[in-house]
Design a protein around this ligand. Sequence first.
Ligand code: ADP
Length: 381
Amino acid sequence: MTPDVFLQFAELFPEPMLLVSGEGVVHAANTAARDLMHLRRGVVAGVPLEHLVTESPAAVRRFVTRCLRSGQMLTGSLTWTSPTGSPMPTRAEGARLQSGTSADAPLVIIRCVPKQAATLRFVALTDQINALGREVRFRKQTEAALLVQAERLARSNADLQQFAYVASHDLQEPLRTIASFSALLGKRYGGQLDAEANQFIEYVVAASTRISDMIRDILTYSQELDPDRFAAAPVDTQSLVALVLNDLQTSIHDTGASVEVGTLPTVHAQRAGLAQVFQNLISNAIKYQGTAAPIISVSAEHTGSEWVFSITDNGIGIAPEERQAVFGLFRRLHRDERPGTGIGLALCKKIVERHGGRIWIESAREAGSVFRFTIPASPRR
Ligand code: ADP
């Protein structure tokens, strides 16, 4: 190999590389090696290697001779002098050049890896490995903490659900007694009591009916918290809404409401839950009527990956700043005017969200409100 061919190849390496003769005389050195020796290209050729390093001439020659004789790459040490005069130890990897004819003088290629650089690289790698180890430990700890948290949440959710169920279920019994006995009191002794006492009895009956309604709704809500209760199947919403309207026919008749139902799809949903949503929204559209008879429309539109259902009314409407709040538990805007428990919309929200949908309110074009909710078009996994 000529020095020029060696250089073409050696310049590709970031480490210092030298081509030396069997006698240890430098034939060529790449840029990295010349930088190490502070020598220009022309100057380096013909310089004995032992003049450039701090090892003894015998040690340098021994290394070159060993490399020549061995068919493999050998490792030794060569120490150079830095620009500031301090020694720069390198790990020298030397090997006899295999190419060429037997007539060619044997040559040795030496690659020098600065020990400092190798150490620095090792330290940097160790730092990276340590950082990765810390990251893995941190992630594992976070995962474990999240798991504990999730278990705790699931437990407290189950406890709450159980509590709400038991409390509301067990409250119903004594309440029924209060309601029926106060009604009996009014019926049996109404004639013997004065007008004020009769009014008191009426208050008691009305209040216990109201508590009973609230308990019924809390019970429904608490059951909605049970994740095991969610079992979805294809539901034809056209016939579902027809059934809901049938249940509401008395109030539709009493208020003179007209309800227009568009073409409704079949969706993958929990039938009873979806029926509850339509029931609550349509009965609210009737209940919160304005001065005119309620005009209600129920429609559905397929947009992207979901169905958007709309229930539009011409009722009293909801102020924009209240449109979010009314979905909270017990939130009622028209407390004294119309009967209700303030749980209906919270229940709708819970049911819709369990289906992976959203629910919101918009202003109707003329007067009133539009309640919209979405149900994903494809079944939830
Ligand atoms: P409620 O039992 O009071 O009807 P909801 O949770 O169903 O409870 O509704 C919460 C509040 O939202 C109601 O008290 C009412 O003030 C308001 N609201 C609900 N639906 C309508 C509607 N269609 N038009 C106007 N206001 C409504």
